[in-house]
Each structure stands twice: as structure tokens, then as C-alpha cells.
Write a protein of this length. Sequence first.
Length: 384
Amino acid sequence: GCYRKDDVLFAMRRLGMRSSGDFNWNDVLERAETVEELEKTSRECAVQRIDAIIDLVEMLARHNAPTPNDMSTLARLKFLPVANRPSGYSLPLWHGEKTSGVRVACPAELCDYSYRNVVGSQALILDSAVQLSVEVSRLLGVSTEPPLPLVLKHLAATVDAVRRPGSQSKSLNSLLRETYRELEKRITDRKSRAMIVAELKGKEWIKVRSYVVKPEQLALEWDKEAPPYLLRVPDDLKDDMDELLRAVDVKKNFGCDDFVWALQQMYLNTAETGHRLDHKQMRTARLLLDELESVDKGELETYGGDIPVVSDLKTLLPASHLAYNDAPWLVLDDQPHVFVDKYISRELAQHLGVKLVRSKMLEGYVEDWPGEPFGQHEPLTQRL
């Protein structure tokens, strides 16, 4: 307007208006001290003053670096606005709501608005109305990279929210994925990697479809699914956090111990129903037992018949409690038998520790054999 004309500006300077070169860091401090009180009466006016302060900081920083004492004082002043809960942020926790309505904060207490979905439940977020360059953020002490412990706590809070019935899964999934991507970025730093691995290894934090699982329940290249126990990592998740998954020891493929662990978990989870399996559980148990067909049979024998196996009664029982009817033509004794599921092969049943009917009956005859050894010995081949 007319105030920007050279003759008007000249006249105003003569009346005492200061030019940009006349300001110093004391002016920044004086104006920053007024923001907290001004915000109580007018948020809009406070933001306008903050913008002017930021412009002044940028101008001064180019020509006149602040003294350590100036920066220490500025870092303690509450003059930057705190963001309200953003629309679409579905996590129940928003740290700005836990701080008794704090509206402005000192720079060191704030994280940049771009990290609202990564740490918003654990830290105050700078209002998006104030735009800071990276240089000014660093100068003031606003966090351009949120503290890793807070990111990990935010992840835990998000996982807890995902588990709650009726949670807004789509928006929460978006928050989870953004946090995963942040951890993927940080995993390349040695100290950060150690902290991430120590915090997340062995815990349930990875969401695959409707399941939240531990790293050891996932495999990168397994081409089957045994939910909720063993799952394949989806391609889109691998794209977001491949290095992170490998750091927490997500397997390339599952082995014998994993399949046995899954069957044992299913056995425990069905205790209330007498270990009876529904259709979906039957399909999962059969798949796991089918995977055991291809493992080293010596590994199976080390479990001593304790591996849970599907019975023909659609229950899951330890292998040693079951029988395999390999002699259907024989008349069985009065002792009741629970047989294994018909889909299980004789060889697998034997290595799992299932009793074979034919062997069991022959054992009985051998035990009752009335003969006694009398010392004569002759190889059968010589007799032939």
C-alpha cells in the first residue's frame, strides 16, 4: 500500500520506525516473551506475531549468529503454538490433550508437524500454521527427528488401539505404516538399530491383515498361511520395512520347530473346548502337519510323542495318545483307541510318536510267548 512508498518509509524512519538492520537478538527475546500472554486473548494475533518473530530469526541468523546465552534464553520461552488433534487422527491418545490445554510451548518440547502420525501420542506437535525451515528448526531446537524412544512408545500405543474391538482399522493401519516407515529409516543407524531390536524383538507389533504378531511368526518367502500362528509377510509390508524385518529376525522360511510351536499353541488355545477343532482350525492343523512331512524325521522323534496331532474325532491330542490303524482287518481288543486323522500318512504318524495298531498287537503276543531259550543257535541263511 501507500506505506511502502520510499518517501513515506523515509518519513516514518525519521519518526522512529526501525529498519530491518536495526534489530538484534534482544528484540527477538523481548517479542517472544509476549506471545504466551497474547495467545490467551487471541490465537490469531499470537500466530501473526510468531510469524514475524520467525522472519526476524531467519534474517538475523544469516548475518549475526546468536550467542549461546541468547539461544539458551530463547529455548526456555514458550512462544511456539501447539497443534490441536488433526482431523483423521484416530488414535485415542494425542499428547496435546494430556497437557492441560497447553497452547504454546518452548521449542525443545515440540516436534515438527510432519511427525504428527509418528509421535503424536507422546510429544507436543508444532502447529501447522507456523512454517519453519530446517535451519530455523535446528537453531531453535524444534525436533526435526523425533526421539526414538518416543516413536517406539507411540508404536506401542497404536498397537494397543488396533487391538481394541471396534477400532477404526483403516486409519489406524495408516498410522502404523507411517511409524513402520520411520523405524525403517532409523534402522540404518547402529545405536538406533540396537534400541529398536531390543524393544521389538519377541513382541507382538507387526500387523498382517487382522492379526498382530511377533517377528518370529512371520516368514519372508513361505507360500502358505496358518493364521493366526504362522504367516507370510505381504509384499507391500516388505516394501515398507524390509531392513527392519530382517533386523528383528523375521525368517526367510519356517522350519520344524515353528510348525510344532504352532500346533502346541493351537492345542493350548482349544483347551476350553476339549481340544475340539472347528473347520478353520482343522484346515490349519492339517496344513501344519502336512509341512512336517517334508522335515527331517529325526527332528520329530526328539519331541518324544508330545507333538499335537489331529484325531479322527476332530480333536487335537498328543501323538502318544493316538493310534494309527495299519491293520484294519484285525479284530481289535476291548481297549478303546483314538485314531489319527485319515489324512496323516503312516510314516509321518510313526515319526510323530503315534502307536501303530499292528505293532502294538504284536508286542502283546511277544510279551506272552511261552517259549524259553535253550542255547542252540543257527543262522537262517545256513538253514536255507
